[in-house]
Each structure stands twice: as structure tokens, then as C-alpha cells.
Design a protein around this ligand. Structure first.
Ligand SMILES: N[C@@H](CCC(=O)N[C@@H](CS)C(=O)NCC(=O)O)C(=O)O
Length: 242
């Protein structure tokens, strides 16, 4: 792999949280490439485990060929490159602190609340009774985190003002899981619902979902091409082994 080319970011499917950060790459507008990762298939291979030993997306391969995992680390990497402050705020400013607070909450409490719902779906040897217990806990955790987020959201169009930031990106990648799991009634959380509707109508997020679904899509022009995961794994093998 050419190590001086654009960074490569994963688009995990189905329903990957990475869709949020794909939208952030689009909003940032700097050149990048994507690699689609089937989370039910090729993510489970030994080759992928060498990319991310915790067998998760998202993963970023920087232009130097370094592998960076974890949503928060990748969000901070994006923030550091956002010198025009399109999706972040001046480091050290109160708004930057608040952005980090949102990203941390969304990536921990809010995202983690769905874990029992995923476990109920994916636990291979669970009985129906065990699955229902997991779903019950999941619904209660997701409800609690929705109530908390609803109370945090102000009157602005986005989480931190009148334009989308990394916080909205991290939110949007995960918020749609509530529908998939039928975990809450979205109408009970009008501010969250309005925010979701706004971001889900945004061309950047629509582009992220189209890529996730394997459809041809035209984004902002910043995305310079899709790289097959096999090529990414081949290209990073040497760097990781080093
Ligand atoms: N702590 C990680 C968690 C990422 C995560 O939960 N990824 C999900 C997809 S959105 C995943 O890969 N789950 C593994 C699976 O589906 O088995 C991060 O924030 O990046």
C-alpha cells in the first residue's frame, strides 16, 4: 500500500457506528478513502484481528500507515487536523471541552447502553428467557441514557450550536440503533428525534449510509476511493509486524 496517500477509514456494516465518523470526514472535507468491513464476516478473520485485536470497527489507517482504533482517538485525530474548525472548536476553549464531554458521553454511556440489546441478538447459546432478560436491561439502560441526553440538548440545531460537529457525528452513528432494537419510542425524546432527523437528512450522513449499504454514492468529493479490505490488510500487515 502507498503509505503517502490519503488516510483510510472503515465503514462497518451492518449499522456500524463508523457511519457517524464517515459523515465527519465528509464535513471536514480533507481527502480520505474508505474500506467497507463486513462485521459479520471478514471482521472475524485472523487477518482483521491483526488490524484490531478487539475485532471492532472503526479503524483508521493514517497517511503514514499507522493503525488507530477507538472512536474517541479517531475523533481527536480528526480534531487535530481540523485547523479551519469545521467540526470542532479551538483546543482549550470551553466549547472544545464541551465537545469532548459530549463525545465521551456518547461513546461510553450512550453507546454502552445498547450492549445488552446486541448481546440478546448475538449470544449463540442463550435461552429465550436469558435473551428477554438482556432485552429488559437493555431497554432500561437505553431509556435512561435517552432521558439524560434529552436533558442535555439545548435549543440549537446541533449539539453544540448551528453546525454539526464531531459530537453530532458520534451521536448519529449510534442513535439509529434505538430503531433497530425497538429500544425506546423515539417520540418520547423530541429533541433527540429532531437532531436525528436533521443529521439523517444531511448529505454527508446519507453518503455514509449509502457506502455502508454498498451503493454508489457521490459525496462532497473528499472521499477519493474505496479500497478493498484485503488490500488494507495486506498493506498494514508489514507495518503492524514491524
Ligand atoms: N470502544 C470502541 C467500540 C466500537 C464498537 O462498539 N464497534 C462495534 C461496531 S459499531 C463492533 O465492532 N462490534 C463488534 C461486533 O459487532 O462483534 C470504539 O469506540 O471504537
Amino acid at each position: 500500500m502507498n503509505t503517502t496517500s490519503e488516510p483510510i477509514f472503515t465503514s462497518g456494516f451492518p449499522l456500524g457506528s463508523s457511519a457517524g465518523l464517515v459523515a465527519a470526514f465528509e464535513w471536514l472535507g480533507q481527502p480520505y478513502r474508505l474500506t467497507r468491513v463486513d462485521m459479520m464476516g471478514e471482521m472475524r478473520t485472523e487477518a482483521y484481528k491483526r488490524l484490531n485485536g478487539r475485532v471492532e470497527t472503526p479503524v483508521l489507517i493514517t497517511e503514514e500507515g499507522r493503525v488507530l482504533t477507538e472512536t474517541m482517538a479517531i475523533a481527536l485525530w480528526l480534531e487535530a487536523r481540523d485547523t479551519e474548525r469545521r467540526i470542532s472548536f479551538e483546543p482549550g476553549s470551553p466549547k472544545a471541552d464541551r465537545l469532548h464531554q459530549y463525545v465521551a458521553f456518547l461513546n461510553t454511556g450512550f453507546t454502552g447502553a445498547f450492549v445488552p440489546m446486541w448481546a440478546a441478538l448475538e449470544a449463540e447459546h442463550a435461552s429465550e428467557e436469558e435473551r428477554e432478560t438482556l432485552r429488559k436491561f437493555g431497554r432500561s439502560f437505553v431509556t435512561n441514557r435517552h432521558e439524560q441526553l434529552e436533558a442535555m440538548i439545548g435549543d440549537s440545531d446541533y449539539l453544540l450550536g448551528d453546525r454539526p460537529t464531531l459530537a453530532d457525528a458520534v451521536f448519529a452513528g449510534v442513535a439509529r440503533w434505538a430503531d433497530f432494537h425497538k429500544a425506546v419510542d423515539p417520540r418520547d425524546y423530541p429533541r433527540i428525534l429532531a437532531l436525528r432527523n436533521r443529521i439523517e437528512a444531511d448529505p454527508a450522513f446519507r453518503f455514509a449510509l449509502a457506502i455502508e449499504d454498498g451503493k454508489t454514492a457521490t459525496g462532497s468529493g473528499a472521499m477519493k476511493g474505496l479500497v478493498p479490505l484485503a488490500d488494507v490488510l495486506r498493506g498494514t500487515g508489514a507495518a503492524l509486524a514491524a
